[in-house]
Ligand binder design. Structure first.
Ligand code: CP3
Length: 380
């Protein structure tokens, strides 16, 4: 008995058939052929589903992220309903930041709001390192989910340092990211100290999910598109690269120093790197250490593939607003995206950003079936 790259039991060096490591989703991330193009939707677990709204009634968002049974149920809802090829853990990018000691809340209709924004060296010191015990509810939820999901892979996730820094420095959502940029350009040393701390929190949060059994991770740098490529490379990429490298099969990586005796569970674990408005950053976001680069609707997937290069898969890229249009429009856009995705060495169908709350869930279910139908490949 040997162990394949994701820890799945194997005989005679042959990976075991079945299991999440052999799923269409993980295969596409690895640029391996599969039975069809896999589909999941960012924000699939959420307000577009009546069963979600019902179960979340009277439970505040952050509180719901800390109840493993509730997290499990919400994460499973879109898998049951739509037949998506992957589940994404129900949580939020600010969950580890709250665990690190920052006083914040997620305000319905607004998003994360931070009680005391982080703007000085003393503020940065308030962000504590985190470990498994600080987010034990996430560890527990992932374990429950892996047991429930069977062959369906579970995607873990975290926010990237820039996007987290934006919420912390602004104190809440921002259209211009002006305070964030003022700090970044005005005090690069403090900026790098802040991002280095956030990178450690993010890496620790992802490690907990990987150790508990997720099959892939997605690093959300939702707001990185606010930067030029030069500034992205200078101020952001090194920190995101630190996170992604910390999850790679890198025995010299700092986090592995004291863990050599443990099985290489994250070896080969697919890493997805996503942002919005990142047409100019796609190459750099791949270079940061991703196996799959998320693409929004502004860049066709064949164009994106030329920018990203042949050694990475792509994920995307239906405009979430298209789902509000008549079915004929949805259908033609889905067809176009499946076709353009064939230019990539691996394609995970998704939206270019999260599901809008007003989306009819029936349309999501139809999109999953359509992508599967259009991309079905005869068994080898
Ligand atoms: O994708 C999923 O289904 C998994 C769950 C998930 C949530 N947030 C649940 C959530 C994921 C992956 C996230 C990531 C997240 N959170 C990001 C990156 C992705 C992106 O959308 O760009 C960001 C920027 C956040 C911060 C955040 N949290 C925002 C902007 C909001 C929405 C505010 C609002 O109410 O419009 C939240 C709250 C949030 N996170 C909700 C959900 C389901 C809505 C809370 C509710 O149901 O009231």
């Amino acid at each position: 008995m040997t162990t394949d790259t994701t820890g799945t039991a194997a005989r005679d060096g042959e990976p075991r058939r079945g299991g999440p490591a052999d799923s269409p989703f993980v295969r596409a991330c690895r640029r391996e052929p599969g039975p069809h193009t896999p589909v999941w939707f960012m924000r699939q677990a959420g307000r577009s589903l009546p069963e979600y709204r019902e179960i979340r009634a009277n439970v505040p968002m952050l509180e719901s992220c800390r109840r493993p049974e509730l997290v499990t149920e919400i994460t499973l809802q879109p898998v049951r309903r739509h037949g998506v090829d992957a589940a994404i853990l129900f949580s939020d990018i600010v969950v580890p930041v709250a665990a690190a000691g920052i006083d914040l809340d997620i305000v319905p209709g607004t998003g994360p709001v931070v009680a005391e924004p982080v703007r000085t060296a003393a503020d940065v010191e308030r962000i504590n390192p985190i470990g498994r015990d600080d987010v034990s509810y996430v560890d527990e939820a992932v374990r429950l989910l892996v047991a429930e999901l069977g062959d369906t892979p579970l995607i873990g996730f975290a926010g990237a340092p820039f996007t987290l820094a934006s919420y912390l420095v602004e104190g809440g959502p921002s259209r211009t990211h002006a305070k964030t940029k003022a700090l970044m350009y005005g005090d690069p040393e403090l900026w790098h100290a802040l991002c280095a701390r956030l990178a450690e929190v993010t890496l620790a949060f992802l490690r907990v999910q990987v150790d508990a059994g997720v099959s892939a991770v997605q690093l959300f740098d939702s707001w990185a598109g606010a930067l030029s490529e030069a500034d992205y490379r200078r101020y952001v990429l090194p920190h995101s690269a630190h996170v992604l490298a910390g999850l790679a099969d890198d025995r010299s990586g700092s986090w592995r120093g004291d863990r050599r005796a443990e099985p290489e569970r994250s070896q080969g674990l697919p890493r997805i790197h996503f942002g919005v408005g990142t047409a100019e950053l796609l190459g750099a976001m791949g270079e940061a250490g991703a196996d799959v680069v998320g693409v929004d609707w502004r860049t066709p997937l064949d164009v994106a593939t030329r920018r990203i290069g042949p050694d990475k898969a792509v994920q995307g890229n239906l405009d979430p607003a298209v789902l509000l249009a008549p079915w004929e429009v949805v259908e033609s856009q889905v067809r176009r995206i499946v076709d353009q995705g064939r230019a990539a060495p691996g394609h995970v169908f998704n939206l270019g950003h999260g599901v809008l709350p007003e989306t009819d869930p029936e349309v999501l279910t139809r999109v999953v079936a359509l992508v599967h139908e259009l991309s079905a490949r005869p068994a080898a």
